[in-house]
Design a protein around this ligand. Structure first.
Ligand code: GLC
Length: 742
């Protein structure tokens, strides 16, 4: 439809129809064959109102979506199609590594390719919108939702968020294989205090703009069709009531024209923040903050009619929101084709689509991070007849999907690491032993939330004798082995929403297994499965090799096998620091000098008396199966003015014994400025292949745009003065070359 036609349609809608467009309902309104049942006691909409709803969440299945859409169009007075939305966070039928793992690839192209494959699978299944990418900046491993993010750094997160939006949406949302993206959670949800869900976040305007907003803006500028508000209240103002954020910045400053959708009931939960008391007050605050779609719960439905009657809101405000919903449906091509590309047969064929599975397997080594490899224990050699004991729950457990996974849309038989290794190396001198269950009943989370024990009932060891016996058997395998590979980590349900933890070690039962094995064999390789940086200080000290695999998804077993035996090398780099202990959280590389920081050094003397100030493993850190040497940094000029470009370059030599890939990172530091600036800030990265013995030159460019910051007056400026340029293999790099901004 043309804009003119949309306006005519809007003008023709009744108030009830307009209200409907702003209402998202849940799949639970629809029974079998998509018939409106409204069975759930929480439902307050009657059938007529359901027939006016603008969108629905959590309906899955092409046949059901088609049935519901058919009835909806028929029953709607203006036959306006509904939008079908779903949380497709890291894959639909093909489950890819969790987003935090994907970010560790330092490959936006990989993130884009994964999003594209995901959109292909989801769009033929009838879905129109995914609530992804999440671009909250995350620096506290206690928060379970760090797994959905691209880590702690604004620059990297921005690049990954843009890649995801492009992958999902392509260049035309009305085309086949596309999905509308939804950048979230606006804004700064990742700053939740103590990693506790849903609370207050408190950031200054300066830091909000400098560090926490850029990734959302990058996603909006990349064309994300929607943006989702956060549950949180920044400085006490709930996001859905935050006119400064949602109108002044998002709409007026950024000129964003996409649709703003709330989080699930985040309008109503403003009452829990203790700001509005009634639905009408919620509705007024939200409409004034330009909330368009209310995701479930019904404050608009309940509150807007009386507000309009009293003249407390205007029809123009409602029309503005409804227009953005109609424009979104138009972008999706729904008016011309309400079923878009829904195709049950194609959807079925894509459920084990070889290209996507190959991409998922390749993504495992590209996003896994090798943190340690003493004595070059890795890669293993299946033919040297060394006895290798594979021990740990994840040797046998095939579900390595992680939180926010869609588990019912794939068709292949899930493989565990045991099977994958036997398939690949049938003659290997191997033993396999799970050693213990994933969780013991002594796991801290069970003390505070017994219900959780029910949700993971099949994974909890309650029998003390069995626990002891299983560990003893595994120890026997370890005792007789040359090398032990331990596959251990969090349970797949220990990450995602409402999974904040104060203990961030691996489950106690598995640590008991590790310690018992370590008693009898010190050639230990650990493959870690985790949603967040964990406290692996003891494991890291005792194991000779550590690979952080995160949750690698549907092809985990084959991907891990690729790495363990060297068919593919791990090439990921950390995008969140690993702390020595949870007491260091939040911890991040781009921290600030302190009043006692020695000016000459990067690290500072202030801090703890019982723990280093630096992390155990830092941002950008990671190894591979070869080594690289860096030459000195060369700058193309000694000064830089506005409008000019400076090139910083360095030679990288592969001094190891196999071809490899290195992620070269460029950081800057502005040592003296109008406000205190971070010790380092990532401003460039390149993942380069270097053949053994070869040297390649890697170049980056900088302009004054890269150096801007918000000064005391909140002007976004680049100041004259010294800038230090670091190029290295991680954020701990010390060598720098300097230039002057003039
Ligand atoms: C959840 C999450 C959000 C998700 C939405 C829909 O509460 O906060 O990320 O997209 O609700 O499931």
């Amino acid at each position: 439809m043309t804009e003119k036609q949309l306006k005519e349609l809007l003008a023709d809608l009744t108030f009830e129809e307009k209200l409907g467009e702003l209402q998202q309902i849940t799949n639970t309104y629809f029974g079998e064959n998509g018939i409106v049942t409204g069975s759930d006691a929480r439902h307050i909409l009657n059938e007529d109102e359901v027939n006016l709803a603008g969108s629905v969440i959590n309906v899955v299945g092409p046949a059901k979506i088609r049935e519901i859409q058919e009835k909806h169009i028929k029953n709607h007075p203006h036959h306006i199609p509904m939008m079908f939305m779903f949380d497709i966070i890291h894959g639909f039928a093909t489950i890819f590594p969790i987003p935090l793992a994907q970010s560790c690839s330092f490959e936006p192209d990989l993130v884009e390719a994964i999003a594209r494959e995901t959109a292909r699978e989801a769009s033929v299944s009838g879905l129109h919108v995914t609530f992804s990418p999440m671009v909250d900046i995350c620096r506290d491993a206690r928060w379970g939702r760090v797994m959905e993010s691209y880590g702690e750094d604004p620059y990297l997160t921005s690049k990954m968020g843009v890649a995801a939006v492009k992958g999902y949406q392509g260049d035309d949302l009305s085309k086949e294989g596309t999905l509308a993206a939804c950048v979230k959670h606006f804004a700064a949800y990742g700053l939740v205090e103590g990693g506790r869900e849903y609370g207050v976040v408190d950031t200054s305007e300066r830091f909000l703009r400098q560090y926490y907003l850029p990734a959302y803006k990058a996603g909006c500028d990349a064309g994300s069709a929607l943006i989702m508000s956060a549950f949180t209240a920044n400085a006490g103002v709930p996001a859905d009531a935050d006119k400064h954020l949602m109108s002044d910045i998002l709409r007026d400053e950024w000129g964003y024209e996409g649709a703003h959708i709330t989080d699930y009931g985040s309008t109503r939960t403003m009452k829990s923040h203790g700001v509005p008391e009634t639905d009408a007050q919620v509705a007024k605050l939200a409409l004034e903050a330009q909330v368009d779609i209310e995701m479930c719960l019904y404050c608009y439905h309940n509150g807007l009619p009386e507000l309009l009657e009293k003249g407390e809101i205007t029809m123009e405000q409602i029309d503005r929101a409804v227009m953005r919903v109609l424009q979104l449906k138009n972008k999706l091509g729904l008016f011309e084709n309400p079923y878009r590309y829904t195709d049950a047969q194609k959807s079925d064929e894509l459920k084990n689509n070889p290209e996507a599975l190959a991409l998922a397997q390749d993504a495992v080594s590209r996003s896994s991070v090798l943190l340690k490899n003493e004595d070059k224990l890795l890669p293993l050699n299946a033919n040297d007849n060394k006895k290798i004991a594979f021990i740990g729950p994840y040797v046998e457990e095939p579900d390595m999907f992680g939180g926010w996974s869609i588990r019912h849309q794939y068709k292949i038989d899930l493989k565990n690491i045991h099977t994958a290794i036997n398939e690949r190396y049938p003659n290997g001198n191997f033993t396999f032993n799970e050693g213990c269950m994933l969780l013991g009943e002594d796991e801290p989370m069970f003390k505070f939330n017994p219900r959780r024990a029910k949700s993971v009932a099949n994974y909890v060891e309650h029998d003390a004798a069995a626990r002891k016996e299983k560990i003893a058997k595994a120890v026997e395998d370890a005792r007789n082995a040359d090398v032990v590979v331990m596959c251990i980590g969090e349970h797949t349900l220990m990450g995602g929403e409402l999974t904040s933890r104060t203990h961030i070690e691996i489950p106690l039962i598995q640590k008991e297994l590790f310690d018992a094995v370590e008693e009898v064999n010190d050639n230990i390789v650990v493959v870690l499965f985790n949603h967040r940086p964990l406290d692996i200080s003891d494991i890291s000290e005792k194991a000779k090799a550590v690979i952080v695999a995160w949750f690698p998804g549907i092809m985990a077993a084959d991907g891990i096998t690729d790495m363990l035996f060297g068919e593919k090398a791990p090439t990921g780099r950390l995008t969140m620091c690993f702390p020595h202990t949870v007491g260091q959280c939040p911890i991040y590389y781009a921290n600030f000098p302190t009043s006692h920081s020695p000016v000459t050094e990067d690290f500072f003397v202030t801090g703890y008396i019982d723990c280093p100030l630096t992390p155990l493993y830092t941002f950008g850190e990671g190894m591979t199966y070869t080594e690289f040497e860096y030459g000195e940094i060369k700058l193309s000029k000694e000064t830089l003015s506005e409008g000019e470009t400076l090139t910083a370059s360095v030679d990288i030599t592969n001094v190891g014994d196999r071809d490899g890939v290195e992620t070269v990172q460029l950081y800057i530091r502005d040592p003296y400025a109008a406000v205190s600036r971070p010790l380092k800030e990532l401003k460039g990265f390149k993942k380069v292949a270097v053949k053994k013995g070869e040297t390649v030159n890697v170049e980056f460019t900088l302009t004054t745009e890269d150096l801007k910051f918000y000064n005391v007056e909140l002007d976004y400026i680049c100041e004259p003065g010294e800038i230090q340029v670091f190029i290295g293999k991680d954020s701990a790099v010390k060598e720098h070359a300097d230039f002057q901004v003039i």
